[in-house]
Design a protein around this ligand. Structure first.
Ligand code: FPP
Length: 234
């Protein structure tokens, strides 16, 4: 399959609807969503994708009922504990973007451990966006850049796109080539606002827990047919 996107970002939407259609609590939809994360990671590894960024918890998700938030945090901790050995053996390097220090301590600590335990993974980077918001990322970058400017470490006259980008959460990762959104909604939902500038977008009605290997391959195949121009129409 050619060409394979180096970096795939996914807005994993539709867990709630998946559960509601089955008369199950939303937490069961998120549990099925965690299985789809495992499946998606396997396909990304198989395809040779270098970075897989997943929108797992947004800065807006705190507005959900406390029981749903704690179910999501519990699932994250469970996922990290159960998948860590496999991630290590398969060369998965775990990273995070977002205000992760603002997560409940159990989740924040499990993440710190998993990130350090997988730091030498060379096959794929699994980048989890947690307590993540695109505007928060830009505001955090501006705050740190302003502090460096005030301290005389950066000349404000020399601030350009390249300088600014170094203050984002993961400046070493390439921008996503392909954004997949499941659940059918045509919006960005405050995800990677800077990084998605030239990304190809693929929206599918498939709900995240149903996102299969075939669905993933279909998205990548569709991407392979796109002509990327990066604003250049010559
Ligand atoms: C959107 O579905 C999904 C989320 C808010 C959370 C995504 C979390 C997971 C896939 C599971 C845990 C993640 C990991 C990394 C183990 P929704 O509830 O907004 O669905 P709806 O639009 O149908 O209501």
């Amino acid at each position: 399959m050619n060409p394979v996107p180096r970096h795939v970002a996914i807005i994993m939407d539709g867990n709630g609807r998946w559960a509601e259609r089955r008369g199950l609590p939303r937490s069961q939809g998120h549990r099925a969503g965690a299985d789809a994360v495992t499946r998606g990671l396997e396909v990304a590894l198989e395809l040779g994708v270098e970075v897989l960024t997943l929108y797992a918890f947004s800065t807006e998700n705190w507005k959900r009922p406390a029981s749903e938030v704690s179910a999501l945090m519990g699932l994250l901790v469970e996922f990290l504990a159960s998948k860590l050995p496999e991630m290590r053996s398969k060369g998965v390097r775990l990273r995070t973007i977002g205000r992760t220090s603002g997560l409940p301590a159990a989740a924040a600590n499990a993440l710190l451990n998993a990130v350090s335990d997988t730091a030498d993974g060379g096959k794929i980077t699994l980048n989890l966006a947690l307590n993540y918001g695109g505007r928060a990322e830009l505001a955090d970058a501006a705050k740190r850049l302003a502090a460096d400017a005030a301290a005389g470490k950066v000349d404000p006259r020399k601030v350009d796109e390249g300088v600014f980008a170094r203050y984002l959460y993961a400046p070493d990762l390439p921008d996503p080539d392909l954004l997949i959104r499941t659940g059918g909604e045509m919006r960005l939902s405050n995800f990677l606002l800077w990084e998605l500038a030239y990304t190809e977008i693929y929206v599918t009605d498939c709900l995240w827990p149903d996102f299969s290997r075939e669905e993933f391959l279909r998205a990548v195949e569709n991407y392979g047919k796109r002509e990327r121009r990066f604003g250049n129409h010559a």
